[in-house]
Design a protein around this ligand. Structure first.
Ligand SMILES: [Zn+2]
Length: 570
């Protein structure tokens, strides 16, 4: 490609709206442009990198025995009602009525569509296993689109679905795709962790999130360096959190204190000069619309995924102010378990709280010296909190660390969550009808580029691995008015093309060498071939490795071999 004919609008300054480094670099390097909140145009260079990511995914999915197809983005709402997900997905789904009044969704995911498709087509165990996938645009009405293409409303996803006769065979399909994912992320040069995760909206029992540790990650994962345990904080269980014996003689007399406007645990702790660990948070939730109270130690964070799973409810929503007043008789921020007429679930760590401060269920008032078993009762002790770095590894008891990460892929064992309501069964060897067992597997294609950039850059710009780079090599003729330089650069360009190298020549006549060097570093082509008058006089050209920044002068007849060597190691 000739730079002058392409469309590579690089920018010197960071875009104002960008928070994430990958977002800044993608705009500055001329890879993307924002159209509106959460929607981006891929410019030619960004599009090329995106296509390379897609082809790596395609190759590995095909090698794992998956078959590609393409489903529509338009989905009839009836399918979502059939699986019951219509009531759960909420405003994330973009939907509208067509001219005939039919309700249509812009697909946020395709479990319903693929299951409906397959249910009409497969009949026998001989049709299984079957793994189908597509690379297609998805739509989600994100509350807060951010970080450029990392959280956008329109994005490209590779979604795959497996169908098997039983759980044992589904495990095999799951493992094949899991391993394909590892190869995909390795080939893309992205550091990742496969963390155990909560299946959430997708349902099913087990899932794995493929996560890239990053400061801008919106998910948190727990890592144990002793045993290799990796899990989302949503599911990481708290080990040995059974609580100590109650020490009755230490109980003080409970009494009411004034806490004017102090509605958070931290405010109360500061105001009353008590440790945050001795302030009890009482959270009023609606669990499948029924009010419950959950007690959490002041310094801990409630883990809604764990509470939801423990209570086996479909929805768990924090009650709004009006409902809190209705259920507690008090005010938001002043709820407490004493005299509360709701089912009370308490985190195990609350057992250790002696003479705690709790809300009085009266505005601007708290109770001190509140003790469970004496002043209030707990219906059930549960694991209700988010793990902290002070907790032990749930597997081996070793030290853990918590890191934030970007989710780049997710694999789910769905079981019969979809095949049941959509009636997908086949006849087994004995002619007996069997429900098909499913799995589903997603990769955020756009996030592959952003995660790579988040983890592979320097102060000058992006550092692409060869597999994803928009071009593998850039040729930069330095002295633009020198015929010899132009001629040799052109010659090299043509010979690179003949050799099948993915090459761009920076033939912009109006740009200075300084600008060309800066742009080459900013975009991050793995290899730069610099053709200058001085070196040419000695029959040499300069080759620069973007990753190391090292330059070498090479005999102009050996350039291709040298470039190939560099491409092989990058
Ligand atoms: Zn461990």
């Amino acid at each position: 490609m000739r730079w002058s004919r392409s469309f590579i609008p690089t920018v010197k300054e960071d875009p104002q709206e960008a928070e994430a480094l990958s977002h800044k670099l993608m705009v500055r390097a001329g890879l993307i442009r924002r159209l509106t909140a959460g929607a981006y145009t891929y410019l030619p260079l960004g599009f090329k990198a995106l296509k390379k990511a897609e082809s790596i995914i395609r190759e590995e999915m095909n090698a794992a025995g998956a078959v590609e197809l393409l489903m529509p983005a338009l989905q009839p709402i009836e399918l979502w009602k059939k699986t019951g997900r219509y009531d759960v997905i909420g405003d994330v789904m973009i939907k509208f009525k067509d001219r005939h009044g039919r309700e249509i969704a812009l697909g946020p995911t395709h479990e319903e569509v693929i299951t409906a498709l397959v249910s009409g087509e497969i009949k026998s165990y001989k049709d299984l296993p079957l793994i189908l996938y597509q690379i297609q645009t998805k739509f989600r009405d994100e509350l807060r689109p951010r970080f450029g293409v990392i959280r956008s409303c329109e994005f490209i996803m590779k979604d795959a679905y497996s169908f098997d006769i039983d759980a044992k065979n589904m495990e095999k399909s799951y493992k094949r795709i899991y391993e394909a994912y590892c190869r995909i992320f390795e080939r893309c040069g992205i550091p990742y962790v496969a963390a155990q995760a909560d299946p959430g909206l997708m349902g099913g029992a087990v899932s794995h999130e493929f996560m890239t540790p990053s400061d801008i990650g919106e998910d948190r994962i727990v890592l144990c360096s002793s045993c290799g345990y990796a899990a989302s904080t949503e599911i990481a269980a708290i080990k040995n959190d059974k609580g100590k014996e109650e020490i009755a003689e230490k109980y003080g007399d409970m009494r009411e204190v004034l806490t004017l406007g102090k509605s958070t645990a931290l405010d109360v702790s500061t105001f009353l000069e008590v440790d945050l660990t001795n302030v009890l948070k009482t959270l009023i939730y609606l669990a499948d619309s029924k009010p419950i109270a959950v007690l959490i130690r002041g310094d801990h964070e409630a883990n809604e995924a764990k509470i939801k799973n423990r209570l086996k409810v479909g929805t768990l929503i924090l009650a709004g102010e009006e409902r809190v007043v209705e259920e507690t008789g008090g005010a938001m921020g002043f709820s407490g378990p004493v005299g509360l007429d709701l089912p009370i679930y308490a985190d195990h760590s609350v057992k250790d709280m002696i003479n705690a401060v709790v809300g009085a269920n009266v505005r601007d008032k708290h109770l001190i010296n509140a003790n469970h078993g004496k002043n209030y009762n707990v219906n059930e002790w549960i694991d209700a909190r988010v793990i902290t770095s002070q907790d032990a590894c749930p597997e081996c008891g070793g030290d853990i660390k918590l890191v934030t990460a970007i989710e780049i892929g997710h694999t789910f064992k769905l079981g019969t969550k979809y095949s049941d309501p959509m009636n997908v069964h086949v006849l087994d060897e004995n002619g007996k009808e069997r429900q098909v067992i499913m799995g589903c597997y997603g990769i955020g294609v756009n996030r592959i580029l952003a995660s790579l950039i988040e983890t592979s850059h320097d102060e000058n710009g992006i550092i692409w691995p060869v597999g994803l780079a928009p071009y593998e090599v850039v040729i930069i003729p330095v002295n633009k008015n020198d015929d010899h330089v132009t001629r040799e650069a052109e010659k090299l360009y043509l010979s690179f093309k003949d050799e099948g190298l993915d090459v761009v020549i920076d033939d912009r006549s109006q740009k200075s060498p300084g600008v060309k060097f800066k742009d080459a570093d900013l975009i991050g082509f793995p290899v730069q071939v610099i053709v200058g008058k001085k070196a040419l006089d000695q029959e040499k050209v300069e080759i620069k490795d973007r990753r190391t920044g090292c330059s070498t002068l090479v005999d102009k007849n050996n350039v291709i071999d040298k470039v190939r060597d560099l491409l092989n190691v990058n």
